[in-house]
Design a binder for this molecule. Structure first.
Ligand code: WT7
Length: 630
């Protein structure tokens, strides 16, 4: 009882950023710049774009043919030129771009000069394999400097990368390679997690079996003991690097040329390939990284995400590099070999800006504050949060035990589709625990009912975006109708799929998804995707999946399963079904709970009513069941 009341009070509490931090932030007055950015959105983004290098300037900032946008029309640039060459030419050649640490505490640093050479060598290597502008390259690699270099090598020559999180298993990987029709797949022999080697190459071999369009698999042979030279389908990345020139002219990319595809879950069984383009994405990620993390020249920045997710793309790779930052990246589990791992790196590298997910914060809460207490975390200035709403308890813990009450917490709301932060607290104005903050510069949001009527403060509704922004998705790969759905479900608005409310001061509070999409440990998982993996098991007739509140993961997966006639339910079978999901989708999508049932609640048209199952499961009122068949 007591705890709950306290939490409620703290939701309304405001936390002022420390004065010496505010003194030097890039943007001191949010309100006036926000108003300016909305009045002249194009002028605002053009001014930001001027900070970057363009081979040719734009004719027009925005061309908006609802729902299709073109940003920086006819401009030419290359994002790797802005991420690498620009710095190397301007005094950052010997500045460290990444500090990598693996689970065995082996460290590897790479400077901007070295990274540029590495990227160029790989880019030349890809060219030698016949990769051309517009070709798709799937990347299935661990969170390492090498993987980042592969992404940048694609961007260097205009190939479209499609990074697949290395925790996904072969079914998920195959679907993504197939959908993108990747000409080349890049991978590594293994990754290490919790002391165990995970064979990535074997997964790729299975995933591409029979996919004739895959011409080459480029393999980073991490210990140099797997690939016997290069030949046939498999090519050694090590050899490509060794045998290629360190110079490679960046391709002149149109601002609207595709940069990458990243698959994300939707409400159908098939994930959608969110497509981002070059110019607008570059401008959006550059500016949000610089402002929201208040990055300065000497800062050490650490985003704990994986390059397999949008957070990795925007805030490990493109944003920080465009800013010329020094970033920490790690491979492996946050709590292995012990829960002090992350905090020891904050101390060792004097990390100033730290960006993680609420699920990680809650995990460390459970381990106890004695772990961070062992380390000097005084270098920290800004703490970021992303992936799901941060509950006030976790916010307080993060503030107190990591930030030592001297840091600003920026809660950043955005999506794979938005490419950049859209609603966030910026370091110059007070934060409110549990509320993400205010709309970003140039971004107009609203909370509306299902018909699109704007709702007053403190009312829950659909979170929508009213106007285009530079790093917005341009389409869904091969499925333009899915792109249009974002904009025509509630005509005139981009529908985020989240529920939200805002207060009198304009702070937006995100309440979670409104659709059949789960958020498990900050990862987006479609209920339909899990259901189809379950139904793929030979003993299963039908399945329905729901999310249940979970202390650490935010949501956990529960599956209701109808078995085929004659199949005996058993615990062994439950285990088997879980293994099957692990095999098809990967560990993150495995249900925590399986319940065998005889029937599922359905509408008369046969759609499973997951919300009825969920209400029953949680003992909540079931709501309107007039469409229920039985
Ligand atoms: C969904 C997007 C954006 C990178 C990570 C996830 C939820 C994300 C927040 C936040 C509340 C958040 C939303 C959103 N979400 N950040 N700060 N507060 N919810 O990317 O997989 O595209 O998922 O994550 O529900 O729609 P994603």
């Amino acid at each position: 009882m007591e705890v709950k009341e306290e939490v409620h009070l703290k939701v309304e509490e405001k936390y002022q950023p420390p004065a010496q931090l505010v003194e030097r932030v890039w943007i001191k007055d949010y309100e006036s710049l926000y108003q300016e950015s909305i009045k002249d959105r194009e002028g605002f983004w053009a001014k930001v774009a001027e900070e970057l290098h363009w081979f040719k300037k734009w004719d027009k900032v925005l061309e908006w043919n609802y729902p299709n946008a073109k940003w920086f029309v006819n401009a030419k640039t290359n994002i790797t030129y802005n991420c690498l060459d620009r710095h190397v030419k301007n005094g950052r050649r010997n500045k460290v771009a990444y500090i990598f640490v693996d689970e065995d505490d082996r460290e590897k640093k790479i400077t901007y000069g070295e990274l540029l050479e590495l990227v160029n060598r790989i880019a030349n290597g890809l060219k030698s394999l016949g990769v051309k502008k517009g070709d798709r390259v799937s990347i299935y690699m661990p969170n390492t400097i090498e993987a980042i270099a592969c992404m940048l090598a694609c961007a260097r020559i205009g190939a479209i990368h499609s990074v697949v999180f290395a925790g996904f298993s072969e079914g998920a990987l195959r679907l993504r390679i197939e959908d993108a029709k990747a000409k080349v797949v890049m991978t590594a022999t293994y990754t290490k997690r919790r002391g165990k080697k995970i064979d990535l190459l074997a997964t790729v071999q299975n995933a591409i079996d029979g996919l004739g369009f895959v011409e080459k698999v480029v393999v980073w042979d991490r210990d140099g003991d797997v690939l016997n030279g290069s030949g046939g389908l498999f090519v050694s990345l090590n050899e490509l690097i060794k045998n290629s020139s360190p110079e490679c002219e960046p391709a002149q990319m149109d601002a609207e040329d595709p940069l990458f595809i990243l698959y994300t879950s939707g409400t159908t069984g098939k994930p959608k390939g969110v497509l981002h383009t070059t110019g607008g994405y570059m401008v959006g990620t550059y500016f949000t990284t610089k402002i929201n993390f208040d990055l300065h020249e000497e800062d050490v920045y650490w985003c704990t995400a994986d390059i397999g997710w949008i957070t990795g793309h925007s805030y490990i790779v493109y944003g920080p590099l465009a800013c010329g930052a020094t970033s920490v990246i790690t491979e492996g589990a946050p709590d292995y070999p012990n829960p002090g791992r992350w905090w020891s790196y904050v101390e060792r590298y004097r990390v100033n800006v730290f960006y993680t997910a609420p699920t990680a914060v809650r995990m460390f809460m459970r381990f106890g504050e004695q772990w961070p207490a062992m380390y000097d975390l005084s270098s920290l200035r800004i703490l970021g949060s992303v992936g799901e709403p941060i509950n006030p308890e976790a916010w307080q813990w993060y503030y107190k035990h990591i930030g030592r009450e001297k840091c600003v917490i920026v809660d950043t709301w955005w999506q794979t589709e938005t490419g950049m932060h859209m609603i966030t607290t910026i370091p110059s104005y007070p934060s409110k625990p549990g509320k993400a903050g205010k709309p970003y510069f140039g971004v107009e949001v609203a909370v509306v009912d299902n018909k699109g009527k704007e709702l007053p403060p403190n009312t829950v509704g659909n979170l929508v975006i009213k106007t285009p922004w530079p790093s917005m998705l341009r389409t869904c790969w091969g499925e333009p109708e899915r792109y249009e759905k974002y904009w025509n479900t509630i005509p005139g608005y981009y529908l985020s799929g989240d529920l939200a409310t805002y207060d009198e001061e304009g702070y937006v509070m995100i309440l979670g998804r409104a659709d059949d999409v789960l958020n498990v440990a900050g990862h987006r998982i479609g209920t339909m995707e899990v259901e189809s993996a379950i139904v793929d098991h030979p003993a299963v007739a039908e399945s329905a999946v729901i999310g249940k509140p979970h202390d650490i993961k935010g949501e956990s997966i529960k599956a209701f399963v109808i078995l085929k006639k004659g199949v005996e339910p058993s615990d062994h079978l439950k285990e088997e079904i879980k293994q099957h999901v692990r095999h098809i989708l990967g560990a993150i999508a495995v249900p925590d709970e399986i319940e065998f049932v005889e029937k599922l609640p359905k509408t008369r048209s046969g759609k499973i009513m997951r919300r009825v199952l969920k209400a029953q499961e949680l003992g909540l009122p079931v709501g309107d069941v007039s469409t229920l068949e039985d």
